[in-house]
Design a protein around this ligand. Sequence first.
Ligand code: FE2
Length: 307
Amino acid sequence: MKDRIRNYLYSATPRAYYSILLNAFGFNALRAFFYNKLWKFKGSFNFKADDEAVGTLLEEGVVVIENFLPEDQFKEILDVYKKQELNEKYTEQPEVPQYASKQISTPMRLYDEKAADIILQNKRLYKIIEATARKKINVFPKMTFEKFYADRKEQINGNSPEMSDELHYDVPFNSMRAFLYLKPCNESNAAFVYGKKTHLYNSKRLKFEYYDSIKQSVKRRAIKCAPLDKIDTDLLKEINYEPTDMCGKENSLVIFNSMGMHTRGKFKEIGAREALLIDFRTLDTPLNFWMGVPVINQALRKVASKF
Ligand SMILES: [Fe+2]
């Protein structure tokens, strides 16, 4: 029950709704059309920011900002991370554990005030997100310490049990997420991979949304709760998908638009990718609309703090 309420409160609209008929009539493509037209319209009169990271993020869908936090703040976050007991999330595959995580905030509650506050008080990050998502931030970002790791040979270049290394996009509208690398990250230890400019909305993307939504819904009809199918290479070619490893030293912040194609990179040697995921997807929950009303905002936070 708690999980269902939490899901309702914190889940943004999904990548596509899986009805073959609706998608064949163009429902998913139309949804993408309206979301993106609205986003463009908002940008014509508001949400400007004087930061070159905003320009890069709008143009390429991804940006890496090195030395993002002041040294003392980064050290503080690192100290909190080192003390965390990360949960093994994928206990159903105990023979191939590859991912451990610990959430430190939800959109309405902070579990670790010390670490979360450093991010929440970062005016630059907030300005970049507001200028690119074109929404006022009225919820806490969901923050999670994440550790992906390969500690055995079969995990190197193999497929991850939790499918984080499968190429995908999250939603058909502009939605921002960020990784703060806690340790240096490169091609050999699963750096984040992004297809620059694949976040752009245009007629090719609209066609992509149309075909992909039908393809995925056909698969779901055949096998209930099936994981999403791989994105067709010809569709990827049409939107000029070229993977780029987003490498960075520790304290690099990778901000990306999750409408673009992305994946976790593969491990090429035994090692780990350690990062703080800062997720602003909840700006797009239906509930977030109500969060803009101060009285309702306070009441919802009170209720949500119990879950
Ligand atoms: Fe994703």
